[in-house]
Structure formats: structure tokens, C-alpha cells
Design a protein around this ligand. Structure first.
Ligand code: G1P
Length: 289
């Protein structure tokens, strides 16, 4: 049986240039979808999948992320005094267990592989998950939980995948597939952000990974790839041959909250999924169509 995954890395150092000026002082991971910041969705998805230790790879200007997962004594006191039980619960639900979250900084924007590598001391020699909060997934059970269930039987490295239009391959890590049963695709190679005509398939990596610690041996070399960045995709590709690599087609809808349109669609989809908001939002939408 595969070794249990207890730890997760959340790369949250990105500058969020696509959301300026909103992200001039606000980390992009704190942008709310309905009433919850993107990063909290990722943390809750990880928690629901059995993750116990949370490693945030942050950067300059991201301290509000740390505050978000800590007690806010004044706020909690005021909510308690006013009997605002639901709001108090929402605030308390953000807190993670003492000593179970760690923060480290990626001092230079050298790529996703480099960000994950910055968390290596907290991961040590055990399998771990990586969640990119920009990829928001509406699914029940959550995407990482679905991945954990298949990982238990197949082990190795498992990433979430989705078919994308060929014109979009240059935005993703793409699988070179050898076997595909429609749910799990075994890869013999990976290419980061290939041009459509060079892409070995249209099966693209979405921001959820279960990885064996061997990936750090390759990241240690700090080799540059696409965009002159240290790519996680390249380090994972180097493990193929010694560790099985599978792409898993999860059930659910994924929203690219790194783009404005994706972020707006996520707000729509998540509000429509909320019984307390659905009717109002549907009525509102009618006014625009
Ligand atoms: C990163 C990865 C890419 C993956 C994508 C998923 O790219 O490098 O392989 O497909 O996340 O969202 P980024 O979106 O950071 O450019």
C-alpha cells in the first residue's frame, strides 16, 4: 500500500500581476470567491483529504495570509459578545492546529519548481501534496480526496488532469500518454507549456499533485526550463521510469482563477451552488441575458 500523504505545500508567492491594481497590496490568494479567499478553499480541500501539515511558500507582502489562518482575538471577542454564532464559526474555521502550519519564503520568483523546493525542509522524506490555489475546483468529494483514493491503490506520482482545447496547451504542463482508460492516464513524458503543434496530447496538468519526495533530487539541480524558470513539470518528468506517473481525470469543475474570466465564472458557479444564494443569483442573471 502507498505511504500515507500527511503534508501539503501551497505555493502562494506569485505576484498576481493579472489582477492589478486589486493585488497591489492584497495577495491574489486572498481574493474572495463569494465570501472566502481562494487560499482557504485550497486549505479546506486539503484538510478534507486528510492533510495534517500545511506548508505555505510565501513572498514579500503576503503576511495577511498568515494572519488569516490565526486567531483574531478582538474579532472573536466582539462576535461572541454580539451573539453572532455563525460568523464566529466562520472565523474560527480558518484556524489550523497549533504547530501544524509553516511558512517559508521564496525570495526570488524562479518558478513553481523552485517554490515547491523552498518547502523541502518541511516535507522531508515522505510523499506530499501540492495545491495551487489559483485552480479552484468545485467537486464533492474534493479533487485532492478523489486523488488520494486512487493514489492508495496505484502509488507513485499522481496529478489532476483535464483535456483542454489544443489552442491552450501553451498554458499548461502536458502529458505524453502511453495508456489511458478514460480516468487514469499513464505518462511516459511531460512537457511544460508546449506550443499547440508540439504538444504530445491535450491532457493538461491542473494544480493538484501527489508527489514522492524523489522529485526534490531533481529540483536540487535548479535546472531552468520553459520561460527560463525552474519547472515542477520538468522535475516530475525526470522521475518517470523510476516512479509511475499518472494523470487523474477528477470529477468536478475547475476554474482558472488566475484569469479574470475564470475568477468571475467561479464566483457565479460557487454562488449558484449555495442554497442561500442560488435564487437571487439566478434572478440577477436573467437581468443580464
Ligand atoms: C503551473 C504549472 C503547469 C500547470 C499549471 C496548472 O503553471 O507550471 O504545469 O499546468 O500550473 O494551473 P502556471 O499556471 O503557474 O503558469
Amino acid at each position: 500500500m502507498a505511504q500515507r500523504v500527511r503534508k501539503a505545500v501551497f505555493p502562494v508567492a506569485g505576484l498576481g500581476t493579472r489582477f492589478l491594481p486589486a493585488t497591489k497590496t492584497l495577495p491574489k490568494e486572498m481574493l474572495p470567491v463569494v465570501d472566502k479567499p481562494l487560499v482557504q478553499y485550497a486549505v479546506e480541500e486539503a484538510r478534507a483529504a486528510g492533510i495534517e501539515e500545511f506548508v505555505f511558500v510565501t513572498g514579500r507582502g503576503k503576511v495577511v495570509l498568515e494572519d488569516h489562518f490565526d486567531h483574531s482575538v478582538e474579532l472573536e471577542r466582539v462576535l461572541t459578545e454580539r451573539g453572532k454564532t455563525a460568523e464566529l464559526k466562520a472565523v474560527l474555521d480558518c484556524n489550523l492546529s497549533p504547530g501544524k502550519l509553516s511558512y517559508t519564503r521564496q525570495q526570488e520568483p524562479l518558478g513553481l519548481g523552485h517554490a515547491v523546493w523552498c518547502g523541502r525542509a518541511f516535507i522531508g522524506d515522505e510523499p506530499f501534496a501540492v495545491l495551487l490555489p489559483d485552480d479552484l475546483i468545485l467537486a464533492e468529494p474534493g479533487c485532492l480526496k478523489q486523488m488520494m483514493d486512487v493514489y492508495e491503490t496505484i502509488g507513485g506520482n499522481v496529478v489532476a488532469v483535464e483535456d483542454v482545447p489544443r489552442s491552450q496547451t501553451s498554458r499548461y504542463g502536458i502529458l505524453d500518454v502511453v495508456e489511458d482508460d478514460g480516468r487514469l492516464a499513464r505518462a511516459k513524458g511531460l512537457v511544460e507549456k508546449p506550443a499547440p503543434e508540439k504538444a504530445p496530447s491535450t491532457l493538461s496538468i491542473i494544480g493538484r499533485y501527489i508527489l514522492q519526495p524523489d522529485v526534490f533530487r531533481h529540483l536540487d539541480r535548479q535546472e531552468r526550463g520553459a520561460g527560463n524558470e525552474i519547472q515542477l513539470t520538468d522535475a516530475m518528468a525526470k522521475t518517470i521510469g523510476s516512479i509511475p506517473f499518472h494523470g487523474f481525470r477528477f470529477k468536478g469543475r475547475r476554474f482558472d482563477c488566475g484569469s479574470k474570466a475564470g475568477f468571475i465564472e467561479a464566483n457565479l458557479a460557487f454562488s449558484l451552488a449555495r442554497p442561500d444564494m442560488r435564487e437571487d443569483v439566478l434572478a440577477m442573471l436573467k437581468r443580464y441575458t
